[in-house]
Design a protein around this ligand. Structure first.
Ligand code: SF4
Length: 235
């Protein structure tokens, strides 16, 4: 991996400075939600700027559209705070019936996925458990790794998907380079405040956070997310 450019290092610092005091303090959920939303807002602005530049030189825009979910079969590794944001969103925004559907999907996903390793993951053809009727149920707060997926060639996405190689789905590298440093800054804030591991499996971390009373214990310093640790940073 190349060392970060100066502006990328600045973005890492900015995300770290936003989140670290919150995690090192009382870990108030409202503050975490506000900070994650603020950083996601910056990610959206960076995406728009990048897309505007690309659309000036390319003939068309991305092929991505609601209901196209090939990239939602990829293992999602994210930061503890983005998983907490998703859990809060599910608890606040969803009707109890929806929440129980998603919770059941998360449970059965984790049960199956915990039995497989390596490339066998893709052979399960299990979608992310946050996917409901081919739409992301947490789209407004989906984590930065998901936001980096953007394709100009939906056929290539489909071909990789049916070949059991969703990890090869074309990603826009420039998007990862633009907004990935935000996730890196959040990850550093989590580690340096002892709030959890650098990267976690999204479904496992959301499941841990949804367990009744678990977030309160985490706010008091309990190591809630240790078992959700993901070995790799998002690609
Ligand atoms: S969180 Fe949403 S966008 Fe990300 S993989 Fe899951 S369903 Fe897809």
């Amino acid at each position: 991996m190349n060392p970060p450019l100066a502006w990328q290092a600045g973005v890492v610092e900015m995300a770290f400075a936003e989140m670290y005091p919150i995690l090192n303090g009382r870990r108030r959920l409202r503050d975490i939600e506000r900070a994650v939303d603020e950083l996601h807002g910056r990610a959206a602005m960076m995406q728009t700027g990048l897309l505007n530049r690309l659309n000036q030189s390319w003939q068309s825009g991305p092929d991505c559209a609601p209901g196209c979910d090939h990239c939602c079969y990829v293992r999602v590794h994210t930061t503890v705070v983005e998983a907490v944001r998703i859990a809060c969103y599910l608890l606040e925004a969803k009707l109890p019936a929806d929440l129980s559907v998603i919770s059941e999907q998360i449970d059965s996903f984790c049960e199956i996925i915990d039995q497989v390793s390596g490339a066998a993951y893709f052979e399960t053809r299990l979608p992310c458990p946050m996917l409901v009727e081919r739409l992301c149920s947490v789209h407004p707060v989906r984590p930065i790794p998901c936001q980096t997926y953007m394709s100009w060639n939906v056929k290539a996405c489909y071909d990789h998907f049916i070949s059991n190689m969703p990890s090869q789905i074309p990603k826009l590298d420039a998007m990862g380079q633009a907004i990935g440093p935000l996730a890196a800054g959040l990850s550093r804030a989590v580690v340096e405040s002892n709030a959890g591991p650098a990267w976690v499996s999204l479904p496992h971390a959301v499941r841990a956070a949804l367990f009744p009373g678990a977030l309160k214990e985490w706010q008091s310093g309990h190591d809630l997310f240790r078992s959700c640790e993901a070995p790799l940073s998002p690609g």
